[in-house]
Design a protein around this ligand. Sequence first.
Ligand code: KMT
Ligand code: NI
Length: 179
Amino acid sequence: MVQAWYMDESADDPRRPHRAEPSRPVGLEQLRRLGVLYWKLDADKYENDPELEKIRKERNYCWMDIITICKDKLPNYEDKLRVFYEEHLHLDDEIRYILDGSGYFDVRDKEDRWIRIFMEKGDMITLPAGIYHRFSLDEQNYVKAMRLFVGDPVWTAYNRPADHFEARGRYLEFLAQTV
Ligand code: KMT
Ligand code: NI
């Protein structure tokens, strides 16, 4: 089961869990209402996995690449982490599948509060186009993640505020329709 929780207000190291106290866990259903979808897969067989293939077919995730985020492997590691942790949105869904290591995807709920989603090996997630979010490593400082895409990747992050985009408007409409 995915672990997710509301965050505390502290501004210290984002790699720490930042669980609100008393704890306020968030379940899959609540994530779904924000348009966030989650799957658990067997990451050891990502190169030949019928379950992954099925999801890719059904959802038209035809393109993919893999990023490894750790100090020694990623050029401009610190800069990239800073960019990932800036609150942003995309005009397309962000689809990530954790092949190894772990990290946090933070998403805004309807009231603009941060929900932290702990993602580890085997976790796959879709963040809908237009949702404000950010990413941080955890204290393990290592993640290997697949990114999937519908069609050709046209990848741009727009830092908040980015409310004028159609994708943001569509997402807010979606939120308004979910109870
Ligand atoms: C993004 O938008 O590319 C990210 O949030 C980075 C996550 S990398 C595991
Ligand atoms: Ni993103």
